[in-house]
Design a protein around this ligand. Structure first.
Ligand code: UT7
Length: 332
């Protein structure tokens, strides 16, 4: 059986920097609260005249392809993770495909929120292992800013989410690459972190209101405390599952790239695993939580900073809406 190697990483974030101070001028929050509870200093928000999920994905993809020494024409298939596609449907994988001039190749949409990139990576890995494709583009891209509830009611989500895109090029190899991926979900908690509308199982008049009087259903709703408590348990579980499956231990991890949900979550996981700072990569300080884009943006930056080297063991882990959680162990 073939193995899949990550041969190029890229990312793109919008130009507009939103500071904690800016947010505290429009909602009831403070720089101190945000830093203490989340570790976030600033995040990027899109300019709707400039950025789309599809074109940010394309920019990240171009960087990943260039770093891989490939061009668009080498890509055979796209797996695109996003819960904030430019249109309700189709997903933005096809928009990115159009931007890249790749009309004709398949584009699969993955809607698994913060775990989306690892689900997408796992899917691409299966296509490569079976021999169906040789080169697959895996992208995570999100625009969360336009769905945020910018009132005191929504302040626990308004301060954490940001926009951006990250991409990875996966290629067939006869050397070890992705060692294993571990995907989980528990729909019991679907409504603990979700956007309700425009849901299909809503009465006709609510799915297609002539006039929207109450926009609550279109905004991100999160039971932050409950999500946090589940996150720290599932992060540890799914990392240990991956290590056990590969007969490896936490000492073998060269770099852990956790989904950037909250710095306190990453620090909890780091402490439990006993990893030195040099073996964990966080960039939530600069970008907030960019959902499916967070892991590939972080990997792309870690690679550019020289933090990922040949033969390193990379561990990815995520938890989020669904609930879903996932991990991947990768030999670089
Ligand atoms: O990425 C996918 C999954 N998402 C996550 O993993 C996020 C997990 N959850 C979290 O990161 C945290 O729960 C939050 C950062 C969202 C919230 O932090 P917390 O320490 O869990 O705060 P809390 O929700 O328990 O709220 C504590 C207090 C409340 O006030 P009272 O009731 O104690 O008076 C909140 O109303 O903090 C208040 N609060 C805020 N105050 C200032 C909540 N959000 C804010 C805010 N600014 N932005």
């Amino acid at each position: 059986m073939y193995s899949s190697k990550l041969i190029g990483l890229g990312h793109h974030v919008p130009d507009t920097v939103i500071t904690n101070q800016y947010l505290s001028n429009i909602i009831d929050t403070s720089n101190e609260w945000i830093i203490e509870r989340t570790g976030i200093n600033e995040r990027r928000w899109i300019d709707p005249k400039v950025d789309t999920v599809g074109n940010m994905g394309a920019k990240a993809a171009r960087m990943a392809l260039e770093r891989a020494g490939l061009t668009e024409k080498d890509v055979e298939f796209i797996v695109f993770a996003s819960i904030t596609s430019d249109y309700y449907f189709p997903g933005s994988g096809v928009i990115m495909q159009r931007e890249l001039g790749l009309g004709g190749i398949g584009a699969l949409e993955v809607k698994n929120a913060c775990s989306g990139f690892i689900y997408a990576l796992s899917t691409a890995d299966q296509f490569i292992k079976t021999g169906m494709y040789k080169t697959v583009l895996v992208v995570g891209a999100e625009i969360q800013s336009t769905a945020l509830d910018l009132t005191t009611r929504g302040r626990n989500t308004a301060v954490i989410f940001g926009d951006g895109a990250g991409a990875a090029v996966l290629q067939r190899s006869d050397k070890p690459g992705i060692l294993s991926t571990h995907l989980h979900a528990d729909g019991t908690f679907a409504e603990e972190l979700y956007v309700r509308d425009p849901g299909s199982s809503r009465p006709h008049a609510e799915r297609q209101p002539e006039q929207i009087l109450d926009t609550t259903g279109f905004k991100v709703v999160m039971n932050g405390n409950l999500v946090f408590k589940h996150a720290i348990v599932r992060f540890m579980e799914v990392i240990n599952e991956a290590l056990t499956k590969n007969n490896l231990t936490k000492e073998d991890i060269n770099l852990l790239v956790p989904h950037q949900a909250n710095l306190r979550i990453s620090q909890y996981v780091q402490e439990k695993l006993g990893l030195a700072d040099s073996r964990v990569f966080n960039n939530i300080m600069r970008y907030g939580n960019t959902t499916a884009a967070s892991i590939p943006i972080a990997m792309s930056e870690a690679w550019a900073e020289g933090r990922i080297k040949e033969n390193d063991l990379l561990c990815l882990a995520a938890f989020g809406s669904g609930f879903t959680w996932a991990s991947a162990l990768i030999r670089w």
